[in-house]
Design a binder for this molecule. Structure first.
Ligand code: ASP
Length: 331
């Protein structure tokens, strides 16, 4: 029987009803887990590890490092890893780990739920059973298992607050689907050589959303001396205002002079930014900006944080950012 390590980090799956809402409940989840789903032990030999207990909106890079270190320390002892995690930032954590865990040969599967485990209509049971089951299969990457599908972690994004189908993977097909049988899709391996943990991230990157009437003077308040990269969530193929007082080009010019990388991703979930398409994108290219292609914001941000931590040279960072490191980008 396969050995699976179930790592608890919090989220709704670990919460209980409290008044009109829900609250983290460290006692409840462990007892519910074994009382309500004893069949879990028929799928795998499961050990549990409560790593931290947070609403995922309170997580940051230090938690990603803790998670990656936990997997590294337990890597040889287990066949697969399931991480219980809040849905709000699950796609960020899964993306971050996909860059940190090099040459992964074992499944690292994130899951959670939209309703607490103890709620009668909860999706927790199904998600957890699916996640544990898929963690016994030969998946060699970080995935998000939710609502009868397994998605590549760094292609996933939270799409719904109220639907049980909380996640989508707009630019990459699911890795597996759960029906009467598990339908496994093509399997991927990233990297060559032995597994190692490279979890290191820096936060000298800032994300800007383009929107009508964004006052560029607000951007003048940014201390570019503290930044090494900016990610712009542009419209469509990579567009943003380039005319009159709302033009963002002077800001791009300042970034270029300050040696700050500018990467552009799209606010549109589907398809890829293409900076050669429209005048704004072409002007961005002339100002040294680079394209995030079809990366999710979650992948682009965590990748930039990872690359900044591992590289000094701006040109190396920009080159690597535009390459697929863990299947996050269609090349
Ligand atoms: N706020 C919760 C969290 O991300 C939401 C969830 O788990 O669904 O921790």
């Amino acid at each position: 029987m396969k050995k699976i390590l179930l790592i608890q980090t919090g989220g709704t799956i670990a919460m209980s009803a409290k008044g009109a809402g829900v609250e983290l409940d460290p006692e409840a989840w462990a007892s519910v887990l074994y009382k309500e789903i004893p069949e879990l032990n028929e799928i795998a030999e499961i050990s549990t590890l409560p790593l931290f207990f947070e609403d995922s909106s309170d997580l940051n890079a230090s938690h990603w490092i803790e998670l990656a270190t936990c997997i590294e320390q337990n890597y040889t002892a287990y066949d697969g890893f399931v991480i219980l995690h809040g849905t709000d930032t699950m796609a960020y954590s899964a993306s971050a780990l996909s860059f940190a865990l090099k040459n992964l040969e074992k499944p690292v599967i994130f899951t959670g739920s939209q309703l607490p485990m103890s709620s009668i209509r909860s999706d927790a049971r199904r998600n957890l059973v699916n996640a544990i089951e898929i963690a016994t299969h030969p998946v060699h990457e970080v995935g998000i298992c939710f609502n009868d599908a397994l998605y590549r972690g760094n292609r996933s994004t939270k799409m719904s607050i109220g639907d049980f189908k909380a996640f989508g993977s707009p630019n990459f097909p699911s890795l597996a689907e759960f029906g009467i049988r598990i339908n496994m899709k093509e399997q991927h391996h990233y990297g060559k050589g032995g597994f190692h943990n490279q979890a290191q991230f820096t936060n000298d990157v800032f994300v800007i959303t383009a929107y009508p009437n964004l006052n560029p003077r607000f951007l003048d308040c940014l201390d570019l001396g503290m930044l090494r990269a900016v990610i712009i969530r542009a419209y469509g193929s990579g567009n943003f205002p380039i005319k009159g007082t709302f033009s963002l080009l002077p800001f791009l010019e300042k970034c270029q002079q300050a040696g700050v990388s500018v990467a552009i991703v799209s606010q549109a979930a589907f398809d890829s930014a293409d900076l050669s398409q429209y005048p704004a994108g072409r002007a961005a290219l002339e100002h040294g900006a680079i394209s995030g292609g079809d990366m999710t914001l979650e992948a682009a941000l965590t990748k930039m944080m990872f690359l900044l931590a591992h590289n000094e040279s701006k040109s190396d960072i920009e080159e690597l950012f535009q390459q697929s490191l863990a299947g996050e980008l269609t090349g």
